[in-house]
Design a protein around this ligand. Sequence first.
Ligand SMILES: *Cc1c(COP(=O)(O)O)cnc(C)c1O
Length: 457
Amino acid sequence: MKTIIEPFKIKSVEPIYFNTKEERRSILEKAFYNPFLIHANDVLIDLLTDSGTSAMSSNQWAGIMKGDESYAGSPSFFRFEETVQKITGLPLVIPTHQGRAAERILFSTLGGKGKYFVSNTLFDTTRANIEVSGAEGIDLLCEEGKYPTVPAPFKGNMDIDALKNFIADKGAANIPLCIITVTNNSGGGQPVSMQNIKEVKMICVENNIPLFIDACRFAENSYFIKLREEGYANKSVPEIAKELFSYADGCTMSAKKDAFANIGGFLAMRDEQLAQECRNLLIITEGFPTYGGLAGRDLEAIAIGLNEVMEENYLQYRIRSIEYLTNKLIAAGIPVMQPAGGHAVYIDAKEFLSHVPVEQYPGQALVGALYIEGGIRSVEIGSLMFGKYDVNKKLIPAQMELVRLAIPRRVYTQSHIDYVAEVMIEVFNNRHEIKGLQIIEEAPMLRHFTVKLRPIL
Ligand SMILES: *Cc1c(COP(=O)(O)O)cnc(C)c1O
């Protein structure tokens, strides 16, 4: 088979500002070993997130010029609405400025004390919006999803028996919604099978619980179904996506992911009364229902991006580039999550830096080493992000110590990815020199964004 090439050519470029290892050492020290405090111009390859970092196409930029900025009834809104309706089959479409705004509106409408929202795995903003309403978020991930280095085709699936037991235990009346996240972001970008979605839907119908899809990576998930699930090899991605949404009563979406937009999101559903309640909140916090916190030009860019993201040449290149990096790291003996997910490569930092105890944040130490060695920005997903303290201020560690390399869409070429692998291998070969970190300042919530650290010498 021939090399899978990037399915685009480049019309406009942005410079990468090179710096030296010595300069990066001092930049990292001044940023208190926190990648969120580094200026983006000091980063060579930015793998902090795939959110809002996509390269837009020439068609999307043309759409930006066509955007109509009328306050009410903009033709850009109607193009956006029609596109979402066509892809999802969901009739009622509410634009928001990003995914978490859709979540806030949905969960402040349906949430509240004593309620439970069940999911394969809730993304952190989803969980936060549920908890702010007073309700509880429950993750019921399938067993195979819990072992990072053991491959399985659909590690994002929901545990069907756990779902049945949970409903029997708490009562369907206390569960306003079931949410399936595709792909499962927090679980490593692992896909959910159509079979699993169908089974969850059947249980939801039996218990009169609506099913919503957190659809941020619906195209990547649909492509995995095409590749891995029996009966889907000859279906097109739009057909698979349509079937996936056909089991849903609604969805939330961040257009910063699988819509190639730099900002935006939406809420879509079938229930007219729920939509009306959501629109009432939308007007207070986001804007009038035909723009909802977005400019007309954003609505155009999203509508165009939603169709582009389902092109199979793109998805083949997208999924293959994550797998390509994963395979290079596996070949070098580096512990990575398997199989490759849809949008990121996850390194097992606990194993990579087995000499650094969990209390010294091995994930964050690895993030720092990657930056110094090659100017690569990544993010820790471990005890710095999710750790809590017990009553004696002793760290209760997270389940895993991971470092995520999220790959922005259509931004980097194969040589950039080769460089990332080379840097990672260099760091791996010198891993015994990497020291742990200690916290010198932290916020009470979401501390990883602002935390200050120093190396333990
Ligand atoms: C990014 C993301 C969100 C939140 O979307 P924002 O646009 O960042 O507010 C929700 N769910 C999942 C799975 C995501 O990846």
